[in-house]
Design a binder for this molecule. Structure first.
Ligand SMILES: [Zn+2]
Length: 153
């Protein structure tokens, strides 16, 4: 089961998993195409889950403990509570939501698989001694030779 946040509908996220969301997400979809995708998924069996008071309170506690509570909308809290209650994977690119999900041991998945959010970090290899660094520097700290960018393996 995957619980989808509003951006999953806006960015046309697709999955073979069963999907669920909370009713409040529909109200956040103001453009026609994302609203249409929501309605189509609902017609195809997407579960609209209304989380209970217990899970909502647990999400709030977790969000306060990580310091993310003020970053979360009411809908965000409901989505987190739904994923928590359903034992589902939460689909979101929102960092605060991912952080709170982590605190609740709720799995997350990003929407923009190849987006700029997931830019690869380059390794740098010394042309002298072969030492590899994960961040750029002027010269090798060991032998002083030049570093060259190397594709991540
Ligand atoms: Zn070196």
């Amino acid at each position: 089961m995957h619980v989808l946040d509003a951006s999953a509908f806006i960015d046309d996220y697709t999955t073979d998993e069963a999907v669920a969301t909370v009713p409040a997400v529909r109200e956040e979809l103001t453009d026609d195409s994302s609203g249409y995708r929501f309605d189509a998924l609902e017609g195809a069996g997407m579960q609209l889950h209304v989380p209970g008071e217990g899970p909502l309170a647990q999400v709030e506690r977790a969000a306060r403990s990580t310091g993310d509570f003020t970053e979360l909308s009411d809908t965000d809290v409901r989505l987190l509570a739904a994923a928590f209650e359903l034992g589902a994977t939460l689909v979101t690119d929102d960092y605060a939501m991912q952080n709170v999900a982590d605190e609740l041991d709720v799995a997350t998945e990003s929407i923009s698989q190849d987006g700029i959010d997931e830019q690869r970090s380059w390794d740098y290899q010394c042309q002298g001694c072969g030492r590899v660094y994960d961040s750029h520097r002027e010269r090798c700290e060991v032998c002083g030779a030049d570093l060259e960018r190397k594709n991540p393996s």
